[in-house]
Design a protein around this ligand. Structure first.
Ligand code: CA
Length: 164
């Protein structure tokens, strides 16, 4: 093979590799969307957030090897009803365990404006990466509460995607 042809062949392989990389897509393991209003006043703990239009509050997904990492993207319309200072605290949970950075109570998904009534409404989002120890079927859920345990929370129009 002449040097010229070898260079062309190398260039063709490089182009094919780039095209293959460009067309690779993230794998989706589970997803859900809830296109309705949801509010609650969970004075004694967290409320389960609806994740599908049928009101399911948990979704199943499968991992194929031990220690597999998945990304979970959660978005929602968010508001809180209080005349004071409080925020909506959400936890994204896999198999009942909250995942960082939501595994705490000071992660404000949205905050109050200090005026009674539900406002200001905003679209909020959080991404978490969960390293799932054992291959198999797992559960993802999202729970929410008011930081002061007395205010009303609004977590509506949710979407959730579990992907690689
Ligand atoms: Ca949290």
């Amino acid at each position: 093979m002449k040097l010229h042809n070898r260079r062309l062949l190398t260039a063709a392989f490089a182009t094919a590799s780039l095209l293959a990389a460009a067309t690779a897509q993230a794998k989706i393991y589970a997803y859900g969307a809830y296109g309705f209003n949801f509010s609650a006043t969970p004075t004694t703990g967290y409320a389960a957030v609806p994740l599908t239009d049928t009101g399911k509050t948990s979704l199943k997904f499968k991992t194929t090897k031990d220690g597999m990492a998945v990304m979970i993207s959660f978005t929602a319309e968010c508001s809180i009803n209080t005349a004071g200072s409080a925020w909506v605290d959400v936890d994204v949970m896999v198999d009942g365990v909250a995942i960082s950075p939501t595994a705490q109570t000071s992660d404000a998904f949205c905050g109050a404006d200090g005026v009674a009534g539900y406002d200001p409404f905003t679209s909020a989002a959080v991404n978490v990466v969960a390293v799932v120890p054992v291959a198999g079927t797992h559960t993802v859920e999202v729970r929410a509460r008011a930081s002061d345990n007395t205010s009303g929370i609004w977590v509506s129009d949710t979407s959730i995607v579990v992907h690689d």
